[in-house]
Ligand binder design. Structure first.
Ligand code: BTX
Length: 325
């Protein structure tokens, strides 16, 4: 009931709605409506109440509300099913559990992750209410060798969306990070299940530091958030809707034409590594090289110190700037 009332307030934000109208619409007493309003106020929503006119939502709390998010969604498939958790170990883990029966495009969001994962078993810090911790379940008919292209589609979508919806100048650090001023604001973890020649499902996990004000000691020097960069709070619902829209557009273009051209245009335009000298970390090995190009398959072509050229495949390497991260 509380969610229904909130949705009504949200849809008619700024407008007064009388207790009588709400009680008739939802078939509950006016006292019940009043109690729900008080609960919403306690949760952080600013609701003005006047005796004659009724209730008016002035400001929404920054909590992600599915109904409110759906009102902003402009997609056909991605996000038509959204599952939201107050707390979850990892949205990628949860997505794996439900993937078999889930519809293509299902999105799983956590207000916090207690066991958020990065690549190669690393941790991903995901404090409550501060970021976007979400996974998209995809069921494309493409060969497994193409699966990792989803990471690039996601990186291009997030980079474009944070520029458009948050006004933050992010750059893509091939293959799976978005950085601002050299610091990490987003990480992407794509996981796949299937057989040798067939994908059962793909899970694209996206972690974005949105309103974080600080970070744990271990990586405070390499991490930043959109709020820190922009100097103001960013609305997570609007940003999620924007990311899903960008993702669907680039994904559909790739599926229909089997070309990454639109994605690569964004990846090259906003590349944090093209033309730069980088450290390449492959397991225990560390090499130095200059990034020559991101080819049409999305692979990174580098020239190593001994002059040899090498094509790097995402998932196998980490790239760091010459000094530091
Ligand atoms: P990664 O392996 O490239 O980065 C992980 C490293 O980044 C950590 O070892 C740590 O140094 C640093 N780090 C950890 N948390 C943060 C943070 N919040 N901001 C900046 N740096 C951090 C990147 O892995 C892929 C991350 C994917 C996260 C999403 S969230 C939704 C989905 N569910 C899930 O469990 N993972 C994905």
């Amino acid at each position: 009931m509380k969610e229904k009332i909130l949705k009504e307030l949200y849809v008619r934000q700024g407008e007064y709605i009388s207790g009588e109208e709400l009680s008739e619409k939802f078939q509950v007493s006016r006292t019940a409506i009043w109690k729900h309003m008080n609960k919403l106020k306690k949760e952080g929503y600013t609701i003005e109440t006047t005796h004659k006119k009724g209730y008016r939502l002035i400001e929404t709390s920054d909590k992600i509300i599915i109904d409110a998010l759906k009102l902003q969604l402009r997609t056909k498939e991605i996000g038509q099913e959204i599952l939201l958790f107050d707390s979850v170990d990892s949205t990628n883990n949860y997505s794996k559990k439900i993937a078999k029966d889930a519809i293509h495009g299902t999105v799983v969001i956590g207000e916090e992750q207690t066991g958020g994962r990065g690549r190669l078993g690393r941790n991903w810090s995901s404090p409550k209410g501060e970021g976007i911790w979400m996974s998209i379940i995809l069921k494309p008919s493409i060969p497994p060798t193409e699966g990792m292209k989803m990471t690039q589609i996601a990186a291009a979508s997030v980079c474009k969306a944070i520029r458009e919806a948050a006004g933050v100048e992010g750059y893509i650090k091939w293959p799976n990070d978005i950085v601002v001023g050299g610091k990490k604001v987003c990480g992407i973890l794509t996981e796949m299940a299937g057989e040798l020649n067939k994908i059962d499902y793909l899970i694209v996990g996206i972690g974005i530091n949105v309103n974080n004000q600080s970070f744990p000691e271990e990586f405070k020097d390499i991490a930043t958030s959109l709020t820190i960069e922009k100097g103001k709070k960013i609305d997570r619902k609007t940003l999620i809707a924007c990311i899903l829209k960008e993702f669907e557009t680039l994904y559909q273009h790739y599926i229909d034409r089997r070309t990454l051209d639109e994605t690569l245009e964004i990846i090259r335009l906003y590349s944090a590594v093209l033309g730069k000298t980088v450290r390449i970390i492959k397991g225990e090995q560390e090499l130095k090289g200059r990034v020559l190009e991101i080819n049409d398959e999305g692979l990174l072509k580098v020239q190593l110190e001994d002059g040899k050229e090498e094509l790097l495949v995402s998932g196998e390497v980490s790239i760091r700037s010459e000094k530091g991260y």
